[in-house]
Design a protein around this ligand. Structure first.
Ligand code: SAM
Length: 335
């Protein structure tokens, strides 16, 4: 009897490939590379030359940051998939400023099957390591890794999906404008932007959101509408959280024994097709009290408000107890 071979899921394969990167690298050396990377990023971006200059920089980036950027992009893509028409999947993908390829793995983890994928970045060592990691996962072996600088000359070939993850923060205002305009004209179906979940990251996401709407896109997620964000500038920031398993390198660099950490991120998924955004979205961690759940929601009526769901709401109450920060509300089938 033939036993079907179940291929490894992308998330597990990526984890194993990243763990393999550190094999043979003395732990002290790996930790020093991460320290250097953090110091290089601190206060030095935007830069006029790549921060990721050599293999130890990119190994440190991949081992230390890629699991988190992968999970953040995967959460954003999950929300896009939920809002997209049933059965929709991108038939091609370009990842701009893709570095070691976190978003290509996230796309593979969200939609099965193979599609033409191109990763653009100006850092050759990042592209080389991305190619090396992708070799461990069959559907990503044919990804094209191309050197490309984001600037006024940037053009992106026509594609179904464009992702720009954790890149806008490294660009000047002109660079951000160039990448958004190129993404908007290249993407036939969707553009997904992900940034760190900080006030500045959120501000860049809003800037990108406005530009995409002006280019004719509508918002599929996280917002329940394509009108202006109801958060008054400077008062708060919309962000979400993705759980990331800590690698041994994480534990070594950050200390402590926690098996996971929470990556905070802001995002927007904008589409050209008719999406059905969530009726409302949970924008804070739900507060569970005795007999009630407090949900902070961003709603289709363009308001931010708190809803209290009590035991009297029956099925909805049970759904509220299971609701997570970032989920659509109410869930499409509360039972
Ligand atoms: C923080 S990393 C994010 C990498 C990847 N997208 C991820 O989510 O893990 C930022 C990436 O943007 C690239 N980048 C920054 N400025 C760039 C520019 N002007 N042109 C091309 N790539 C750029 C860097 O080389 C780096 O790979």
């Amino acid at each position: 009897m033939n036993v079907p071979v179940t291929p490894f899921a992308p998330a597990e394969t990526l984890r194993a490939a990243l763990a393999g990167l550190l094999d043979g690298l003395p732990p002290r050396q790996a930790a020093q590379a991460v320290d250097r990377l953090i110091a290089n990023y601190r206060g030095r971006t935007p830069t006029d030359a790549p921060v990721l200059r050599d293999r130890s920089d990119v190994v440190a980036y991949a081992a230390y940051r890629m699991p988190a950027t992968f999970e953040a992009v995967r959460s954003a893509l999950d929300a896009l998939a939920e809002a997209a028409p049933a059965g929709w999947a991108p038939d091609s993908h370009v990842d701009v400023g893709g570095g070691t390829g976190a978003a290509t793995w996230a796309v593979a983890a969200t939609w099965e099957g193979e599609r033409p994928v191109t990763v653009l970045d100006w850092a050759e060592p990042a592209l080389a390591l991305g190619r090396e990691l992708a070799a461990s996962y069959e559907p990503l072996r044919s990804v094209a890794w191309q050197r490309s600088r984001i600037g006024s000359a940037l053009t992106i070939e026509s594609t179904d999906l464009v992702t720009v993850s954790y890149v806008l923060g490294e660009l000047t205002e002109d660079g951000r404008r160039a990448v958004m305009d190129a993404a908007a004209s290249a993407a036939r179906s969707a553009v997904v932007i992900v940034e760190p979940g900080t006030p500045d990251g959120y501000a860049r996401v809003i800037e990108a959101r406005d530009r995409l709407i002006a280019a004719g896109f509508r918002i599929a997620a996280p917002c329940p509408h394509s009108a202006a964000c109801p958060i008054a500038p400077g008062t708060d920031w919309c962000h979400f959280s993705a759980r990331v398993s800590r690698s041994s390198l994480h534990r070594q660099v950050k200390g402590g024994s926690l098996a996971y950490e929470d990556e905070k991120f802001s995002y927007v998924a904008a589409v050209r097709f008719p999406a059905v955004p969530a009726p409302a979205r949970v924008v804070r961690r739900p507060q569970i009290r005795k007999g009630q759940v407090l949900l902070d929601l961003c709603a289709a009526d363009e308001t931010l408000h708190r809803e209290t769901v009590t035991k009297r709401h029956g099925t909805l109450y049970r759904a509220a107890r299971d609701a997570d920060w970032g989920d659509a509300w109410p869930p499409s089938s509360p039972d």
